[in-house]
Design a protein around this ligand. Structure first.
Ligand SMILES: [Mg+2]
Length: 221
């Protein structure tokens, strides 16, 4: 199938410790209002990306959003309310994917990319250019390397929040707690390694909240 001439440009951001941090300084938010921007420059920079016709996407690993009996957990309600407040303040088109189980949607695995492919139609021949910004970069002080590995798995450009928002070179080297290159041929040249899955999930473009198994989708249009 031929690619369309105009590529869709997708700016992918991690959420916690990339776009926002807790207002109280704790690791996890205690209420829907317990958040602040990671840096004051973040909201205007995000708006400028949308003004440059980039699709803004947040991909976040979260905890379990369901209780043992299958009901919606308080963490899910807190997250959705917090994201509503963030989206309201940004007031731009934005799509949020929150992986809430240890399955194929969780970074650095690429299940979310299958959903994005349908949402942004690059499974239908639309060319895509994407990059990712995240704090889980495998640096010595990082809790994880899931963001840099997600970018590696997709073969897209990666930046830390310091590099992207502050134009500062990271004080610590971006690295790996585990290196996928030990096992997979990957590159960061911008050539996507992604191949569409035959079993990717359907989403509804008009729905504000849509829960598919273990993946919370939230969209502001
Ligand atoms: Mg993070």
């Amino acid at each position: 199938m031929p690619f369309s001439q105009t590529p869709v440009k997708i700016a992918i951001f991690d959420l916690d410790s990339t776009l926002i941090t807790t207002a109280n300084g704790n690791l996890h938010a205690l209420s829907p209002t317990d958040w602040k921007w990671w840096h004051p420059s973040v909201p205007n920079l995000l708006r400028s990306l949308v003004n440059c016709n980039q699709e803004l996407v947040i991909v976040s690993n979260q905890g379990c959003f369901t209780t043992a009996d299958g009901a919606e957990a308080a963490e899910s309600l807190l997250f959705k309310e917090k994201m509503d407040a963030i989206c309201h303040e940004l007031d731009i088109k934005i799509t949020i994917y929150a992986a809430c189980s240890n399955d194929g949607y969780r970074k650095p695995r690429m299940g979310v990319w299958d959903v994005m492919a349908e949402d942004f139609r690059f499974d239908k021949g639309v060319k895509v250019e994407a990059y990712l910004v995240g704090d889980a970069a495998g640096r010595k002080s990082d809790h994880s390397d899931s963001d840099v590995h997600f970018a590696d798995n997709l073969g897209i450009e990666f930046s830390t929040p310091e590099e992207f928002f502050l134009r500062e070179k990271s004080k610590e080297e971006v690295g790996h707690k585990f290196d996928p290159k030990w096992h997979l041929p990957t590159n960061r040249s911008g050539t996507l390694n992604y191949k569409p899955s035959k079993n990717s999930l359907n989403t509804n473009n008009t729905t504000q909240f849509s829960t598919i198994p273990n993946l919370l989708l939230q969209r502001r249009v």
